[in-house]
Design a protein around this ligand. Structure first.
Ligand SMILES: [Mg+2]
Length: 222
């Protein structure tokens, strides 16, 4: 049975290090994504196709995202929005498709980063870890640059000792290399840390395969 926990209920008494996911754990990605895609849509509608519906644009984006993910997984670039937009604009036969791709990639990520808000319980939890001198390592499937911008925007830079991204490791969760890299940076053993994340298949299964106790987090939508 799937068990979920809230941040205040995580027991830190025997814990020397924390591994923690970023997206949909420290902030609500899904809502931010929807707003970001809408911004890209409005931009596209204004400049290229005034008749296209948001659903059609979003479906087109999703289809191309899946293609890019499949082609490049598990390389960090499999998460690339830039390549997703590039595929879209190539199919649409737009001039300057690759320059537009960079422009839309910027619109997308600037929107995400502008609208993201730290989950209150997560912030309190990270403050508590700092007080208890428990080192925290973020373990995330994404390119490093974007995740660094997100963590800085969330204002948690001082609470996070290390960052492990799939771009750096060349593998994605639940691959054990992601968790082993985090343990190596923290200089800790699996029994000395816990993993916290929202994804059963990635965060929880991945950590548990190495004997790391894992908590599936439930964060309230604010
Ligand atoms: Mg997540």
């Amino acid at each position: 049975m799937e068990q979920v926990i809230k941040f205040p209920n995580i027991d830190l008494s025997e814990v020397k290090g924390i591994l923690i996911d970023l997206d949909n754990t420290l902030y609500h990605y899904d809502g931010c994504h929807l707003r970001a895609i809408k911004e890209c849509y409005y931009h596209y509608k204004k400049h290229f196709d005034s008749t296209i519906s948001f659903d059609d644009f979003a479906d087109f984006y999703r289809r191309k995202r899946d293609i890019v993910t499949k082609r490049l997984s598990p390389a960090g670039a499999c998460r690339s929005r830039l390549f997703t937009f590039q595929e879209m604009f190539e199919e649409l036969n737009l001039n300057n498709n690759w320059q537009l791709a960079a422009e839309y990639d910027t619109i997308y990520w600037d929107s995400i980063i502008e609208n993201m808000i730290i989950v209150r319980d997560a912030l309190v939890f990270l403050e508590e870890c700092k007080k208890l001198k428990i080192d925290v390592c973020v373990v995330s499937d994404m390119t490093a640059n974007i995740q660094i911008r997100k963590l800085q925007k969330l204002g948690v830079g001082n609470y996070i000792k290390y960052l492990v991204t799939s771009e750096e490791v060349g593998a994605e969760k639940p691959d054990s290399r992601m968790f082993k890299t985090a343990l190596k940076k923290l200089k800790l053993k699996p029994q000395e840390v816990i993993m916290i994340g929202d994804s059963e298949s990635k965060d929880i299964k991945g950590a548990e395969s190495l004997g790391i106790e894992a908590y599936k987090i439930f964060v309230k939508n604010t």
